[in-house]
Design a protein. Structure first.
Length: 655
């Protein structure tokens, strides 16, 4: 029976295994031979002592900190949760460094979008003090004391902030899907440093934009120059799999026009001039050419032309089918019959963004969205979008974000539902980013959740576009100022504010929209040390630990605490469906419809084992897990293992 090791994902070993798969020839007796690796990489090695790099005191330790496994756990808190049995949303209290480590196995490569609003390092906000030796113990100590800001008088002012951010971003990248995207809010204090570490962690090629949010300025800004902007850095995990909705999201800075073509030129981004020639795109045979926009080679003023069902050369005015013209496309020997291209041909697009057209072709002409049951493909100045009876205004994503609401407006809105928070991000801003970076059935992560604006925005957007985005919020239970309105209202820490906001905002959204099937719940988990003594040894009292080994679960923990720790350690999401089965007074857990079967009771006999087999999955061989000391005796344990093997279950583990 295999013992679970109780650790989160070993990222160092994961990296080594990936290297072995890429370059098996560099492995010698199970170790990486760096001299062979240098030969494989050829000339792409930097050998000079002086080179371009970004470094600071403690960077090496910060990198190691991200790779050090955690032996902690997340304990379920049903009392603080809402709709525990049905919700797919999570709210996690704890140090986000440890929580990110614990989520590595369960959520590796599953997050579509991350948004974070970390401490800006203004000299007033809190910077986490990580402990390389025992971060769980360090976290518990920090929750019992008043947190302190990273003041500008600190000799390691920027260094402390960088050491805090680097390992968290490193771990966050692992959680992103290949087409995932991350947005990071920041201001001038650490903008330059954040850009450098993101270039290193995500790669310069995966940088998309440095968005500038016009905040309209805070009312308490007393400087000579009123600062009315912040930044939002935007990176993707892999630019080759870029899954952004740019071209499909309406930018609020562009005005809707009653006339279809009015204001076309001023809202356009065009390719022109010898330095910016039109894009040349190969349309493969079979391409659906019942397009909505085609024009003559020199068309400047939008008008209407007509496309014959069989045609060679440029578009003629033979009246058969009518199409609106919006922008120049030149075509060479295009032959269309029954709405399909009869041979491959090249077109020369005057649009600034041809990527959407290429994406459409590579995706087998599959449409991204269906409107009113009609899927008529057409080209637009932004690339590829689809038929709408009435087109929206220009769909450019501008780098300067205006009309996104203000902090003051959103503070006032929160106060109307009894929530007090000094600097909440505008709901409109986060919803806009969600439209760009997420899909209708994806997971959104915020590991500096603050007042939980992201959770609020996810629920609001789900109500508007009938989608099922899920959120994961993480927040350190940072105490609120005793002089603040939040403290006077009864909130002791930021986590209490965030959870209460989700409760009240969700109810308000349902009340206003009437959508009772909306997921406005959340499961609360709290960071803690392991539930298992052997995974969390006390080296100062090791002798007593050995005497206590027979019952290796801590006295103040429950079977459910242990259950969720096991799910994390074997790599199952915390929202995996769990069925509790009561058999002769003992609880059997059926996880993921028979994918994992657990019994964490004492005095287990063979009858319990036979009962567990009734729930095994028909499609895959399940994992079966018991407590190491849970069987009545060693004979029952041996017979149980053999019985399971006879029934095709070979993955039997113990804790």
């Amino acid at each position: 029976m295999e013992r679970l090791d109780g650790k989160s994902m070993d990222l160092v070993q994961t990296n080594i295994e990936a290297l072995k798969k890429l370059f098996p020839e560099v492995v010698t007796e199970g170790k990486i031979d760096f001299e062979k690796l240098k030969l494989v990489l050829g000339e792409e090695i930097e050998k000079r002592n002086e080179r371009y790099e970004f470094t600071w005191h403690g960077k090496t330790q910060a990198m190691k900190l991200a790779q050090t496994p955690s032996t902690g756990t997340l304990r379920p808190d049903k009392q603080s949760s809402k709709n525990w049995d049905t919700t797919e949303n999570l709210y996690i209290e704890g140090d986000n460094l440890e929580v990110l480590k614990l989520l590595q196995k369960s959520y590796f490569g599953k997050i579509k979008m991350i948004y974070i609003d970390p401490p800006y390092n203004t000299g007033k906000d809190f910077v986490y003090k990580d402990d390389f030796r025992d971060n769980i113990k360090n976290y518990k100590e920090m929750t019992q004391q008043t947190t302190k800001a990273n003041t500008e008088t600190n000799g390691r002012y920027h260094t402390d902030w960088l050491n805090m951010m680097y390992p968290r971003l490193k771990l966050a990248r692992n959680l992103l899907r290949e087409e995932g995207v991350i947005f990071i809010s920041i201001d001038d204090h650490e903008m330059a440093n954040l850009k450098k570490i993101c270039d290193e962690i995500f790669g310069e090629d995966n940088f998309i934009a440095q968005l500038i949010w016009n905040t309209e300025g805070h009312t308490d800004n007393q400087f000579d120059i009123k600062v009315n902007h912040e930044y939002i850095l935007m990176y993707v995990k892999n630019v080759d799999f870029k899954g952004l909705a740019i071209g499909y999201v309406v930018d609020p800075n562009t005005r809707p026009e009653s006339n279809l073509w009015k204001g076309f030129a001023e809202n356009s981004i065009t390719k022109n001039g010898p330095a910016n020639p039109p894009s040349e795109i190969l349309l493969p045979e079979g391409f659906p050419c019942e397009v909505d926009e085609l024009s003559l080679e020199t068309s400047i003023v939008p008008t209407q032309y007509y496309l014959d069902v069989e045609e060679t050369g440029y578009i003629t005015r033979e009246i058969t089918k009518k199409y609106d013209v919006s922008y120049p496309i030149r075509k060479d020997q295009m032959v269309v019959k029954n709405g399909k291209l009869q041979k491959a041909c090249r077109v020369y697009s005057g649009w600034a963004n041809a990527n959407k057209l290429k994406q459409f072709i590579e995706n087998g002409f599959k449409p991204i969205e269906e409107v009113d049951g009609k899927i008529s493909f057409y080209l637009s100045k932004n690339g590829v979008i689809y038929y709408r009876k009435e087109r929206d205004q220009a769909r450019h994503i501008l780098s300067v974000l205006r009309n996104m609401g203000t902090t003051e407006q959103n503070r006032s809105r929160l106060e109307q539902i009894g929530i007090h928070f000094d600097y909440p991000k505008p709901l409109e801003l986060i919803q806009y980013l969600l439209k760009i970076g997420s899909e209708k059935d994806s997971i959104i992560l915020d590991f500096f959740s603050g007042s939980a604006t992201v959770a609020h925005a996810v629920m609001q957007l789900n109500a508007e576009d009938c989608s099922n985005r899920k959120f994961i919020m993480m927040q350190f239970p940072e105490p609120v100022d005793e002089k603040s309105q939040a403290h006077k209202a009864g909130y002791k820490n930021i986590c209490e504010i965030g959870k209460e906001r989700i409760r009240r905002a969700g109810e308000k959204i349902v009340q206003e929209t009437g959508k009772n099937d909306l997921d406005i719940g959340f499961k609360v988990f709290t960071l803690d040390s392991s539930n298992i003594k052997t995974w969390d040894p006390d080296f100062e009292n090791l002798k007593q630990d050995l005497f206590d080994y027979k019952d290796n679960m801590k006295e103040d923990r429950t079977k459910e605490d242990l259950l969720y720790e096991i799910l994390l350690k074997i790599g199952l999401p915390l929202t995996t469906p769990i069925e509790e089965i009561d058999y002769n007074g003992k609880t059997i857990y059926n996880v993921g419809f028979g994918a994992v079967l657990l019994c964490l009771e004492n005095d287990i006999d063979l009858d319990v084992v036979h009962e567990m087999m009734k729930y095994k999955s028909e499609h895959l061989s399940p994992k079966v897990i018991f407590k190491e000391s849970g069987f009545m005796n060693d004979s029952v344990k041996i017979n149980a293992i053999q019985t399971l093997k006879k029934n095709g279950i070979n993955d039997v583990r113990s804790v």
